[in-house]
Design a protein around this ligand. Structure first.
Ligand SMILES: C[S@@+](CC[C@H](N)C(=O)[O-])C[C@H]1O[C@@H](n2cnc3c(N)ncnc32)[C@H](O)[C@@H]1O
Length: 198
């Protein structure tokens, strides 16, 4: 009997989820050494695409355990979910992605850029996710509350993502995002000082 090496074991436990997979299984956003899928689960609302899980992403929570995936990939699907202005769904959806991601797990997203002719051209698109929208997913931004007119969503949003890659590919008018799930944030220096003074 051969012993399983630590490296192989780690590879086995590495899990990835591709949502709104459609007919494609290509890994479009790749992290460093993670060019291939590891233990991939696919999900789509359409059974005809043969996903592992047939599920409507508007139906939350998603049917996965907490802290389960290392990577979630969502290519050209999040603009089909929720409704523009439905901030409760927006934050609920990202909170659920955060729930099923392991600490430091990532969600890799492509959506049509604001200037894309498809952003509202596709009749199935129900919202736009812009670079600016993504800023609201980090708890750090709420340090500005009181100093700027930023909307405070902390009553309904407790998850936390750090944007580690945000880039618009202007040739194809697509926004590419990689957001890391932060489950233990180091105390903020600014807040710490405030606490010490009070
Ligand atoms: C524009 S296609 C993109 C397909 C694939 N990701 C790609 O990049 O080629 C959008 C995909 O999302 C799926 N989809 C749309 N709304 C969905 C929902 N509410 N829940 C799950 N999948 C959904 C569609 O069935 C379709 O396969």
């Amino acid at each position: 009997m051969t012993k399983t090496s630590k490296k192989e074991k780690t590879k086995d436990q590495y899990r990835e989820l591709l949502i709104g997979c459609g007919t494609r299984r290509e890994k479009i956003i790749q992290l460093k050494d993670k060019t291939e899928w590891h233990n991939l689960t696919t999900l789509d609302i359409m059974e005809s695409h043969n996903p592992d899980v047939v599920w409507d992403l508007n139906n939350l929570p998603l049917p996965f355990k907490d802290n389960y995936f290392d990577e979630i990939h969502a290519y050209e699907v999040l603009e089909h979910c929720g409704q523009q202005g439905d901030y409760k769904f927006f934050f609920n959806q990202f909170s659920d992605f955060w729930r099923i991601l392991k600490p430091k797990g990532v969600i890799c997203i492509t959506v049509p850029a604001k200037a894309s002719m498809w952003v509202w051209g596709d009749p199935g698109h129900t919202r736009v996710i812009a670079e600016e929208t993504v800023a609201f997913l980090s708890q750090k931004i709420y340090d500005q509350v009181g100093d700027s007119p930023i909307t405070d969503y902390r009553e309904i949003y407790k998850a936390d993502f750090e944007a580690i890659y945000v880039r618009t590919n202007y040739e194809i008018q697509q926004l590419h995002l990689v957001l890391e799930a932060i489950k233990k944030r180091k105390p903020n220096v600014r807040n710490t000082r405030k606490t010490k003074r009070s």
